[in-house]
Design a protein around this ligand. Sequence first.
Ligand code: ADP
Ligand code: MG
Length: 465
Amino acid sequence: MTEDNQAPQWVRVRAKLRAEFGEAAYRSWLKPVSLISAGRGVVQISAPTKFMRDWVDQQYGARLLQLWSEEDPAIRIIDIVHSGAIAATPKSRPVTSPRIAVGPSAWSASDSAQNGPSRIDRDDNVGAPLDARFDFSNFVVGKPNELAFAAARRVAEADVATFNPLFLYGGVGLGKTHLMHAIAWHIQTTRPDKRVIYLSAEKFMYQFIRAMRYKDTMAFKEQFRSVDILMIDDVQFFSGKDNTQEEFFHTFNALVDQNRQVVISADKSPNDLEGMEERMKSRLGWGLVADIHPTTYELRLGILQAKAERMAVEAPPKVLEFLAHKITSNVRELEGALNRIVAYANLVGRAITLDSAQEVLHDILRANDRRVTIEEIQKRVAEHYNIRLGEMYSARRSRAIARPRQVAMYLAKQLTPRSLPEIGRKFGGRDHTTVMHAVRKIDELRATDSSFSEDIDLLRRMLEG
Ligand code: ADP
Ligand code: MG
């Protein structure tokens, strides 16, 4: 390992990181990691502890990849393991990220035919690496995600396709990818004979385009159509990409027809996916559509507690409560905040306090403080329902106008700290009882009409996002 550490590329990459991130960061985080190997598109490096592995991955992973691919354009993946992995018992999960995918044989034809220097590097795996942290036991369940969680578990445990497809959707950082990886982990450990492929929609497209270039679409089709479970993440990426969408549609149909399980994720419900063909949207909605709602305070606190426990850090409850209150955007950011204060405490060697947390997170906290304004809400809602902005203040009472106006009042109450009279004033000088009525009405409608309710959640997410 020490020898490899002298590899000239690694020496250069480290020097650049040192210049960019400064001496302190270099010494604490980058110097302790060492190069294990580089080749076949993957650079593997090791960090002394799990925590350091996660930290280096989060903070420097993207830049590391960039710098390495400047050295060697074939490099596509930086795989960080922690050196404790070597001591791991055979029964425990490998700490590195294994890939789950069918074998590489299907690619070999194109491989030998195309060996010119300009050939795009291909990694042998159709699927993407799985994150070892993303399993069911690490997923904290609460009201906002209980349906998605239960559905994912069912799919992972069932022998035959249950809901086909399972369609998971929700805003960014709410756990869609986590649940898909958890399904793959579970199947891999309980039924290793099953072939599972997990990949992003983007990677699906990339492979499809490559297959077309090498006139190897048969192998491409075979590859995907012979799996037991296919999971494609973030299919909103397909919008407007007609050829890829078409290919995906055929793959999808072939699998569902053979009763193979398909799991899809997206940031919107099937119906709301723009730039998707109608037949695709309707087909995607055939199985179970499970929405992951924005987090609640309780869920955020639960996630923080679980994570602090896993990292074995002493974080005072007050600090966790503070974070759960303040960082409401998504779980990824919440985790990032906790990592940051833990790293800070380690670095300066002092216990975590509310004061130090506030200081270390001042930029994140400021961003989360950004409140939506009533004006923004009015504008968004008007656009969404395709009415003129002026109707928000007008006296017109036809349903087509009044309903969106009520939605906007409702969201103003939910998303801003304004009082009912203040909100009324912003809507053309209406009375506070009108606002109250609007809030009740929308609550009522949400309780009885789930697609309306989804629509409101979507608006809300866009406004908060
Ligand atoms: P998405 O794919 O929906 O954008 P991810 O699955 O990537 O979101 O989740 C972002 C981060 O938040 C991941 O690190 C994931 O482990 C974590 N996370 C999200 N939801 C939960 C949860 N309910 N419990 C534990 N961790 C979660
Ligand atoms: Mg994701």
